[in-house]
Design a protein around this ligand. Structure first.
Ligand SMILES: Nc1ncnc2c1ncn2[C@@H]1O[C@H](COP(=O)(O)OP(=O)(O)OP(=O)(O)O)[C@@H](O)[C@H]1O
Length: 833
């Protein structure tokens, strides 16, 4: 039976392989023809056009294939990428190596003639040969693991900025160690219809992405095989980066292969003809972290292909980045500011844009906001237009080899975001597929796209649902007074502090205040905001990534794009200024089909903002986050103490800073500051300072005592727990999923107990420990809470409406009164005259 099934498998595999080779050959034949709307596009039996439109559901995918006019070579005259000769040799070497591996390891299957298929580690039947192969494989595996470990060690030792540079500089060849033994290609069959290059497929196996996400399924055929421009909108964390990244890699690899073939056919390998790489793809993102992350993501996808990806972002040394650009990477990912700084300074690699095949705007809607727009516009204005003739191109590109077959595609423009479709106006345009901007809407996405050369046959892929938010996100709110927000935040982080949490604030001042407050409460947090040095920003993100229960307090600088797995909770300490930002904030959790939750702290001050947020998403109810009120007295006490301590220390450091500022300035103009205070005043000040410091010490001591005890609900009977072993509690606590803080407290107490067992009288109190069943992560708490605990938004809207109405009436009355008084005054004046 076993033999039968293995034979069957083999036959199945061979027939599959034959079918694939046939279709590839057929595809190659067709692919070497010019692009035409009448050509069949789907040759592998997978997604035909109908299938393709299924991915976008009701949302239209518009535009057709490239027309014959569009593929006029002289019009689009793109030079072929100047592939580095060394790379070319490497690539050839790889192909040879792979062929020889197939011959050596898989003699049975080599007749299938699939050049990229590597040995799958299965037995050949020959015992001696098998043993040899197995030994070889083990040896290789050992080497790979050692290399990987060394690499990791290096990474840890380096500073983030250096890491970024090193990572950027390396072409990934070193890391090209796929553990292929464990890969079952059949598990990845869903990718087949996308007809991606085998090198890309290897990366996909390595990343263990079993199937393309819907946005990838919809965008890759249009962008990679039909050569279309794409406007893509899909929920946060849905894999948009690869939706535009894989088509770029696909085209670059296809072109390289064709070039290889042409070179080998014409036997014109001449080292002087195409000595350097040219810029093929320029990806612009709104934030530095996002640029680095996209670079990282694309590098992983491009591993082993020799396609280089480099980040160009502000806050890092320009010289280092210029050095990276001297390596002539094919893909550059950058933020508009630094990109424009280098472009306007005439940086060679960035101004030679004649060969640019891809221009990508990631988080496009953020790009059109002030702060980015001007630089982005300047960058776009530098892009050569389609009509630019070959003669007008820079001199240094004239001696490139021109391969007609590689020139047929024009530059493609990709515009992506999760919130492109949020504005109802834009949503209508997306649905209609009419993207023509009015002339006066200079800063619209349509206008930018048009200026960047977006064509009429753009594929518009809108996969956003009505709420725009990730499907598995659970939203909730806590209503409280403004001054109670700290306590509720502390409650969430201490009682439900499982998993990574991001706390969002709108202002840096609020971020500073709450992060210092939380530190007083023994909660370790990392911070991220735009006034931090880039190095510190990267460090914060790294540290946040390192620990699965860490907390990041951030401004909206971290709202977009940040892809950190395991972020379970997003807390909106302050509501964002727009619905778009709310979507992006929430999008830091529930990514890539995982779940997560968001908790918004709503005070009466936030009422109108909250109401308009609800209107944007047409929401009618919001789940209330279940707060176990028995914890609150203790929580309030602690947070009030921390607030007082924070206030005193903040005031003190402010005074010191002001004083030193005055002294510094006096010193700089050679003035001596005289103490104008009288003796009496000085004594008074001294006393005040002394009192303040005593008060601070007292508060600190009080808080320390409270924090040394585990957090416990008020109603819990201490007697109930007396006499039960601490270790037992610790175990229950861990099983119950208590917060790391609480767990730490238990551990501390357990340790204390072991040390102090000799003095049992003194430690009677520390035996009393409480483990609440509600100590679970926020999402779990939300899921197990009853659905009745919902905030009726209609009620809120009505309240809001009536308060608005009242305000309007008051205003009108005031106006009328004012008018009456004015008329009376006028009459009086006239009478007097
Ligand atoms: N096909 C796939 N299968 C599984 N995971 C994937 C797949 N494609 C991408 N991912 C992973 O999903 C996560 C989110 O991807 P990505 O950052 O591209 O999302 P996004 O849509 O750009 O999100 P945002 O709108 O927040 O920027 C990443 O960790 C990525 O590695």
């Amino acid at each position: 039976m076993a033999f039968e099934s293995s034979d069957k498998k083999k036959a199945k595999r061979n027939s599959k392989k034959r079918a694939r080779v046939d279709s590839e050959q057929q595809f190659e034949r067709l692919n070497s023809l010019r692009w035409n709307s009448s050509l069949p596009q789907n040759l592998d039996g997978g997604g035909d056009d109908d299938d393709f439109s299924n991915f976008i559901g009701s949302n239209e995918l518009q535009g057709g294939f490239l027309t014959l006019e569009e593929i006029d070579e002289s019009e689009y005259g793109l030079e072929i990428p100047k592939v580095n000769v060394n790379e070319r040799k490497k690539l050839k070497g790889q192909i040879k190596l792979k062929k020889s591996q197939i011959n050596e390891n898989d003699a049975d299957e080599s007749s299938g003639g699939e050049p990229y298929v590597e040995h799958d580690g299965k037995a050949t039947g020959n015992k001696e040969e098998d043993e040899k192969t197995e030994a070889k494989r083990k040896k290789n595996k050992k080497k790979k693991t050692k290399k990987k470990k060394d690499h990791q060690k290096n990474d840890e030792a380096n500073e983030p900025e250096e890491n970024a540079e090193q990572a950027a500089a390396s072409d990934g060849e070193e890391n090209y160690n796929v553990e292929e033994d464990s890969i079952d290609e059949e598990e990845y069959y869903a990718w087949n219809e996308l007809r991606l290059h085998p090198m890309i497929m290897k990366s996909i196996y390595r990343m263990k992405f079993k199937e393309p996400t819907p946005i990838q399924k919809a965008c890759i055929p249009a962008a990679a095989h039909q050569g279309k421009d794409v406007i893509g909108a899909a929920e946060t964390g849905s894999g948009k980066t690869l939706a535009f990244g894989l088509p770029i890699l696909q085209r670059l690899l296809e072109e390289r292969e064709k070039e290889e073939r042409l070179l080998s056919e014409t036997r014109e390998v001449n080292e002087s003809i195409a000595p350097e790489g040219v810029l093929r793809a320029l990806i612009v993102t709104p934030t530095r972290e996002l640029a680095l992350q996209v670079t990282d993501h694309l590098k992983k996808a491009a591993l082993g292909t020799n396609v280089r990806v480099v980040p160009i972002v502000g806050g890092m040394s320009s010289e280092k980045q210029e050095r990276l650009l001297r390596g002539r990477p094919e893909i550059v990912v950058g933020t508009p500011g630094r990109l424009w700084e280098l472009m306007s300074g005439g940086e060679d690699h960035l101004v030679e844009l004649h060969s640019l095949s891809f221009f990508v705007l990631d988080e496009a809607d953020r790009m059109i906001e002030t702060g980015h727009f001007r630089e982005l516009q300047s960058i776009i204005d530098m892009l050569p237009m389609g009509s630019e003739s070959t003669e007008s191109r820079p001199q240094n590109t004239q001696n490139c080899v021109t391969f007609a077959s590689l020139q047929r595609k024009k530059r493609q423009t990709f515009v992506f975001s999760a919130t492109l479709a949020l504005s109802s106006d834009f949503r209508k345009k997306l649905k209609r597929g009419s993207m023509n901007a009015k002339k006066d809407e200079l800063n619209s996405i349509e206008n930018l796209s048009e200026r960047a050369g977006m064509r009429a046959n753009t594929a518009i892929v809108d996969l956003t649902n009505a709420s725009i938010l990730a499907n598995k996100l659970v939203e909730s709110v806590i209503e409280c007074r403004e001054e109670e927000k700290d306590a509720y935040l502390y409650y969430i982080l201490s009682v439900h502090g499982q998993g990574r949490t991001i706390v969002f604030c709108t202002s840096i001042a609020a971020l500073r205040r709450i992060s210092s407050l939380l530190r007083f409460l023994n909660i370790n947090v990392w911070t991220l905001h735009s006034e931090m040095q880039q190095r510190a920003r990267l460090k914060s993100v790294d540290r946040f990534r390192d620990n699965e229960h860490s907390i990041l307090v951030a401004t909206d600088a971290a709202a977009r794009g940040l892809d950190i797995p395991g972020v379970r909770t997003v807390v909106h300490y302050q509501l964002p200024l727009s619905a778009e930002v709310y979507v992006h904030r929430c999008g830091r959790t529930a990514r890539a089909s995982t779940d997560g939750c968001s908790i918004a702290l709503i005070s009466p001050n936030d009422a109108s903002k909250f109401a308009s947020l609800c209107r944007s998403f047409a929401k009618e109810t919001f789940q209330r986050f279940p707060v176990e009120i028995s914890y609150m007295p203790e929580i309030m006490k602690r947070s009030s103490l921390a607030r007082q301590i924070d206030k005193i220390t903040r005031k003190d450091s402010q005074e010191k800073a002001e004083k030193s500022w005055l002294e510094r300035n006096a010193e700089s103009v050679e003035l001596v500051l005289e103490d104008s205070d009288s003796e009496e005043e000085r004594v008074k000040k001294y006393r005040q300072n002394k009192n303040k410091s005593n008060q601070l010490k007292k508060l600190q001591q009080e808080l320390k005592t409270l924090l040394s005890r585990p957090l416990q609900p008020k109603s819990f009977s201490k007697r109930f727990l007396a006499g039960v072993s601490m270790i037992f509690y610790l175990q229950i606590a861990i099983q119950a999923g208590v917060s790391p803080l609480l767990q730490h407290q238990f551990e501390e107490l357990a340790r204390k107990k072991v040390v102090d067992t000799s003095d049992s009288r003194q430690n009677k109190r520390s035996k009393l420990v409480v483990i609440g069943q509600d100590c679970v992560e926020p999402l779990q708490a939300l899921k197990s809470a009853s659905n009745e605990a919902c905030l009726d938004l209609k009620e809120i809207a009505e309240k809001q409406k009536s308060s608005d109405e009242l305000r309007r009436k008051r205003k009108e009355m005031k106006k009328r009164l004012h008018e009456q008084r004015r008329k009376q005054r006028k009459k009086l004046q006239q009478r007097e005259n």
